[in-house]
Design a protein around this ligand. Structure first.
Ligand code: GTP
Ligand code: MG
Length: 912
């Protein structure tokens, strides 16, 4: 039989394209198609192997079929047929889609996209991104394959969120094109060891097998146990710097003497214009060779981040350059890692670095290294050197400033740092008197005073000539005009309370205490009681604060859940003694289903990399339902039951999480109760003051007889020293020598709670309060000042004692043994014992104590009346009268006031 002639292959464009596209994908419009073809090389044999180009005519051959194990599960186009220009098209389509969908996109989408260049940039609501074991499996299987990494991040995230097959298709084509290009044309060195046929095999290509250190939390790696090694999640792998001859292209090894080259940000290999796109692919992290993707950049290249070269401009469209430069600047792998910055002797954590970089005046061109930072003035410099910059003050970054931070030898100190000779010279020029052993307190605007003295002395930046001199000597000066920076009276009062307050004829009350003891609550109650509450602007701030804090509380719970799940798993394992089969994870009451776990992981990730505050409260509404779902999950509820073990979780967490949907709505307005429950006054807590007149007793409860105003002026000023203020600003205390009384708050209920200090050491909270109290009582500036101890949170204290939590949990109370006393509950006995312990601390000195529940407004009013009595008493004592007010509702001993007596006076009607 005569052989039938074979049909000529159908070489229509459609048939050519079909194998390149995923099954079922529509053929793109011919007019819009941007394509090119590779033809087989038939020239003379050269020095280097030439990549093979397989013809695409006809149906796909078996060798081009993608291994079904490939997680992308999409056929890869043949390397030869799809030119890199496809990227352009994919990219433009993505841009188009972004611009079209821009307005309709939810804030979540926008936010996630923004972050998509970073490790954690995955939609929390999609299942694609998993931290932990799932992610690690995915990685092993290749699903977090180079495809997904190579695709433009924006495009990638779009395809994840959008169901648009077009985008997915483009993404796949684009990734495949790059992979193809990479594997088809590896570097000469790779070619030396890889045969052409291997080279042709995408799965075996050098590109695929190159180990990556892309931002994968450490626990996702070998042991699967720990949190990310670096907070940023980028493993600190030292890049291997490629040494090439100066003018040689690292890929083709040609010299191209006069041609510009593009340099890899990681290994510094240089590529000529013909090789750059092949060597660097789609540049998902900017200008890096394919094998360097995921690696941290070489520090010498940091100044070039985001700055396109002329070469790039000549081969890519402006839109592409814009996108590449954006990813280059934003992508996580290219960021400075927090641990590379040592500030005041301590490596930064991710949230600290993000605070530093996002402040209004960050240090410019930061490089890895050791720095010192003066939080009070904002001065910033390299360790052992004079200051180089004034950055935003009061940032919570790094350790404590050391006197020798700048290796000064002048014996003149600014905010505890011994200054350098050039600074001293400048200070003298500015007319500041500074003989040896001068201790100056300098604020960010240049105003200064001598430490321990209450007078504001002047401003070193005031004269323009001085500022010029400073810059001549390379010393930093503040940005903008000093006049504009002049602090308001209110700001000054916070900085130099005595200077501002001196002229006022008020009785100053200093409100001190350890974090969480209730200082702000008392302050807020004073505002409600005597100043008519909060203004609209302040309410807005509280709203924002509450909405942000909910997420922080959630994250504490999520971390706790993980811990408990592991512990429980280990415990069950010990009981069972038979380890689960490989890959099987034992479930317990703290385990969550995969979807919620993904969501939880996302929250933990954005917290770990310090971007939680970038998302919230902005996206609070979108996530409220998810947070509620998480909160209601049995695993989280089981975790919450063990809240005492979650040291950072405040008491209010449950209350706020319970109402997350309501609190997250736009219409939500904080009510008094919410404001009191919200921790702190404002997010940045330092010094705050409020002035008020105390009304006569009759006005507040109607049951008091004291109609005489004992205060000299009838005006009081309550000054709250907040968390940071007290720790770093202990020197301020010396400036409050004219206060009439120190009100020290202690949260009684903390006797069984732990506090993790900055060194990670857990300590009993009440013991910390005790030490702080002892420290302050012992200060010479408070030698003759009456101390009033507000023993707060009695409600919680009572609840705990009644529940059987032993007071002896706190070592300080180890000798407490309740005895059966008629008409006295165990809680009252415990309270009396605690009062006794505190009084013993001050020896012969008088210590006034007041039992308080600061959430009860009337009780706080009584507390202030009590303070007023004390002041009167102290005044009489000083005048030698020694008469106590007749009515003394403070029982036999003015020095103690308990809720018991207060309740009797007020007929037990304590409204919140
Ligand atoms: N149950 C109970 N909770 C209280 C009491 N006093 C304060 N709280 C809560 O304790 C938490 C911490 O109180 P804050 O007033 O912020 O304490 P603080 O840390 O000293 O204040 P800042 O200096 O602003 O940080 C808040 O959620 C308050 O609502 C109390 O007497 N009983
Ligand atoms: Mg607080």
């Amino acid at each position: 039989m005569e052989p039938q002639p074979l049909d000529p292959p159908d070489i229509s464009l459609e048939n050519l394209l079909r194998p390149m596209l995923p099954p079922g994908a529509p053929i793109p419009d011919y007019d819009q198609l941007d394509y090119s073809f590779a033809i087989e090389y038939s020239g003379p044999v050269g020095d280097h192997p030439v990549p093979r180009a397989d013809p695409l005519v006809g149906s796909r051959d078996s060798s081009s079929q993608v291994d079904s194990s490939s997680v992308s599960k999409t056929p890869r186009p043949k390397p030869s047929a799809l030119h890199i220009d496809t990227r352009k098209r994919a990219h433009l389509a993505a841009e188009k889609l972004i611009s079209e969908s821009g307005s309709a996109r939810s804030p979540i989408t926008g936010l996630v996209e923004k972050d998509s260049s970073s490790t954690t940039g995955r939609s929390p609501l999609s299942n694609s991104g998993t931290r932990g074991k799932a992610a690690s499996k995915e990685k092993e299987a290749g699903s977090s394959s180079p495809d997904s990494r190579l695709a433009y991040s924006g495009l990638n995230s779009l395809s994840r969120k959008s169901s648009s097959s077009e985008i997915e298709e483009l993404n796949v084509q684009f990734s495949a094109a790059v992979s193809a290009a990479a594997s088809a044309l590896p570097s000469p060195s790779a070619l030396r060891s890889v045969s052409l046929s291997e080279n042709h095999n995408l799965e075996n290509s050098d590109f695929h097998s190159t180990p990556r250190s892309i931002s994968m939390p450490e626990r996702d790696r070998a042991d699967g146990s720990s949190r990310p090694g670096s907070p940023s999640g980028v493993t600190a792998v030292e890049p291997v710097v490629v040494v090439t001859k100066k003018r040689e292209c690292h890929r083709c090894l040609k010299k191209h003497m006069l041609q510009e080259k593009e340099t890899c940000l990681v290994c510094t290999a240089r590529y000529c214009r013909n090789c750059v796109l092949i060597a660097m692919g789609s540049m998902p992290e900017g200008r890096k060779c394919l094998r360097c993707i995921g690696l941290p950049i070489h520090e010498s290249r940091r100044p070039y981040l985001g700055k396109p070269s002329r070469l790039l401009k000549s081969i890519l469209s402006p839109l592409e350059i814009q996108q590449i430069m954006r990813t280059e600047k934003d992508c996580l792998a290219n960021q400075l890692r927090p641990e590379q910055l040592i500030v005041n002797g301590r490596a930064l954590a991710a949230p600290e670095m993000s605070e530093l970089l996002s402040c209004s005046n960050p240090p410019p061109k930061l490089k890895p290294g050791k720095y010192w930072y003066d939080k009070t003035s904002g001065l910033w410099g390299k360790e052992g050197e004079k200051p180089s910059k004034i950055v935003t003050a009061e940032l919570k970054v790094g350790g404590n400033l050391k006197p020798d931070a700048s290796l000064g030898t002048t014996e003149v100190y600014i905010n505890c740092r011994q200054i350098t000779k050039s600074e001293l010279k400048m200070l003298k020029l500015a007319g500041v008197q500074c003989p040896p052993s001068t201790y100056l307190f300098l604020s960010p605007d240049g105003s200064y005073m001598e430490e321990g003295q209450n007078n504001y002395k002047g401003n070193i930046w005031e004269k323009a000539s001085i500022r010029v001199m400073y810059s001549l000597f390379s010393l930093p000066t503040p940005r903008g005009s000093v006049r504009a920076n002049k602090p308001s009276a209110r700001e000054l009062s916070a900085r130099y309370p005595p200077a501002i307050l001196e002229h006022k004829n008020v009785s100053k009350l200093l409100l001190l205490g350890h974090e969480g003891s209730g200082r702000s609550t008392i302050f807020k109650q004073a505002k409600f009681l005597y100043r008519g509450g909060f203004e609209q602007k302040e309410l807005e701030r509280y709203k924002e604060m509450i909405q942000t804090y909910i997420y922080k509380y959630l994250v504490i719970l999520l971390e706790g859940r993980e811990r408990f799940e592991d512990e429980e798993g280990d415990a069950l394992l010990k009981i069972k003694c038979d380890p689960p089969a490989t890959g099987e994870t034992s479930k317990n009451m703290y385990s969550m289903d995969t979807r919620l776990k993904n969501l939880a992981d996302w929250f933990l990730d954005i917290t770990a990399d310090g971007s939680l505050e970038r998302y919230f409260p902005a996206a609070t509404r979108e996530y409220a339902a998810s947070v509620e779902e998480l909160w209601r999950d049995p695993a989280i509820q089981a975790t919450f039951k063990r809240k005492e073990e979650l040291h950072k979780l405040p008491d209010v967490a449950g209350e706020f999480l319970e109402r997350v949907v309501e609190l997250s709505s736009n219409e939500y307005e904080p009510v008094d109760h919410d404001i009191l429950y919200a921790e702190g006054l404002t997010q940045g807590s330092g010094l705050a003051e409020i002035e008020f007149g105390l009304p006569d007793r009759e006005q507040t409860s109607g049951a008091m007889h004291d109609t005489v105003d004992y205060s000299p002026t009838g005006r009081y000023q309550l000054i709250r020293v907040g968390g940071i203020g007290l720790k770093e600003g202990k020197k301020w205390l010396g400036m409050f020598e004219d206060v009439r009384a120190v009100v020290f708050t202690v949260a009684l209920s903390e006797f069984d709670q732990l506090w993790i200090d900055s060194d990670g050491v857990a300590r009993n909270k009440l013991l910390i309060s005790k030490e702080l109290f002892q420290d302050i009582v012992a200060r010479p500036c408070f030698k003759g000042t009456p101390f009033i101890l507000f023993l707060n949170k009695y409600d919680k204290f009572e609840e705990k004692i009644m529940k059987g939590v032993p007071l002896t949990t706190c070592d300080w109370f180890s000798d407490f043994s309740p005895v059966g006393v008629p008409h006295s509950t165990q809680a009252q006995q415990a309270y009396t014992y605690v009062v006794h312990k505190f009084k013993k601390l001050v020896g012969d000195r008088k210590l006034y104590t007041f039992q308080l529940n600061a959430l009860e407004r009337n009780l706080v009013a009584s507390a202030f009346q009590y303070v007023k009595h004390i002041l009167k008493h102290e005044e009489s004592k000083a005048a030698g009268w020694m008469a106590l007010p007749e009515d003394s509702s403070y029982c036999t001993d003015l020095s103690s006031y308990s809720l018991h007596s207060a309740r009797q006076e007020n007929g037990n009607s304590w409204d919140r």
